[in-house]
Write a protein that binds this ligand. Structure first.
Ligand code: SF4
Length: 376
């Protein structure tokens, strides 16, 4: 606990803010605008908004919230597929909690559950495997979503299902990988990005080296950050230092967790079970080349997409324009005209207002706490 408090120490926070301010001001003056730094990870967005760091930073820095919340970028057709599979009478659909309230084109999973579909919330894909063993006459479908952080656990579960010969288990795979979307964002011209705060959890799996191509090809600095205020500010300071010297590289400001090569057993199990480099649809961003995964032929009998009717495989997205703008960093959540009125956590328009890592949910929770006079 004492160690955690060091990472929230107000004196260290204030000192870092002053250092960032001193370095950032001349760079912003040189550019003629504030520095635009994207925090890729939804966990960072929540940490920044909930601790008020966004209000402490100087006006020479603007933080852009990135697409690193897997529930927020889950496309409508993924929800529709999960709903369709849940509605089959002999199916049990299992899912993490966050996707349940994300709207599909007709219903959310929660709506489907209210109408009688069998949908269970789980904390680990291994719980899905246990359920499949307990209900041998049902088909148990795991709705697999998430970035490189959660992919290894799905891969391990598929390996166990194969080893144990569990034939009534399926995976609806909507896992996605982070590096391709950063490349896509950098190719888009609307958002001027000067650098990235790299995600802590994903980096723990993929390692520091995974980002080298981004820096070399697009000449943007990236610093991997932890989740406490001092972690985030320390990484931000390193980013501003790089922008000041105009020498760009990947730096690791979360070295107590992230290594140069990442978690190699996790990478190995991913490669054994999944084929990467499949094009995948992201809510708000459209098709992101080589960002998805498909299940290798050895595990094909566990692929729930084979159970879907053709009509559920067509990809039609109908997101509000505002959500797309928030997801690409061109609109702040609190500037969305629907924020807090037509769109709230109880009546969300998209995953951004649902997820524990969603930018709109972070701003909503922070504004609600501020109104109630609660300090985080
Ligand atoms: S407030 Fe709601 S409608 Fe507006 S961007 Fe956020 S999720 Fe979308």
């Amino acid at each position: 606990m004492k160690q955690a408090m060091n990472f929230r120490d107000p004196h260290r926070v204030n000192r870092l803010i002053k250092c960032i301010q001193a370095k950032a001001a001349p760079v912003a003056e040189r550019l003629g605008r504030p520095l635009q730094i994207m925090e890729v990870c939804g966990g960072h967005t929540h940490a920044i908004v909930n601790t008020g760091l966004n209000q402490l930073l100087p006006s020479s820095i603007e933080l852009i919230h990135g697409p690193g919340c897997p529930v927020c970028v889950l496309p409508t057709h993924a929800i529709d597929q999960a709903v369709a599979l849940a509605e089959y009478s002999n199916h049990i659909l299992v899912s993490f909690g966050d996707p349940l309230r994300v709207p599909g084109s007709q219903h959310s999973l929660l709506d489907a559950k209210a109408k009688g579909a069998q949908i269970n919330t789980i904390y680990s894909p291994l719980d899905a495997l246990k359920l499949a063993k307990s209900y041998p006459n049902k088909t148990v479908v795991f709705f697999a979503i998430g970035f490189d952080t959660t992919i290894p656990s799905t891969a391990c579960t598929l390996q166990m299902a194969l080893q144990q010969g569990i034939s009534n288990f399926r995976v609806l795979c909507h896992h996605i990988c982070l590096i391709p979307v950063l490349m896509t964002l950098l190719k888009q011209q609307e958002v001027q990005l000067d650098g990235f705060l790299g995600p802590g959890h994903v980096s723990m799996v993929i390692g520091v080296q995974a980002y080298k191509n981004i820096v070399q090809k697009y000449h943007k600095p990236l610093v991997i950050a932890g989740f406490e205020p001092v972690d985030i500010l320390h990484a931000l300071y390193k980013l501003v230092q790089q922008l000041s010297t105009q020498k760009y590289t990947v730096q690791n400001a979360y070295s107590h967790v992230v290594s140069a090569t990442g978690n190699q057993p996790a990478q190995q199990v991913i490669n054994e079970v999944f084929i990467s480099e499949v094009n995948a649809e992201w809510r708000g961003l459209g098709l992101v080349p080589k960002s998805g995964l498909s299940i290798r032929s050895q595990y094909r009998s566990f692929d729930a997409s084979l159970l879907l009717e053709k009509k559920h495989c067509t990809k039609q997205e109908s997101d509000p324009t505002y959500c797309k703008k928030v997801l690409t960093g061109s609109l702040k959540p609190q500037h969305c005209p629907w924020f807090g009125n037509k769109c709230t956590p109880h009546h969300p328009q998209s995953g951004l207002m649902v997820s524990s890592e969603g930018a709109c949910a972070a701003y909503y929770s922070s504004s609600t706490k501020a109104k109630a006079g609660i300090v985080s």
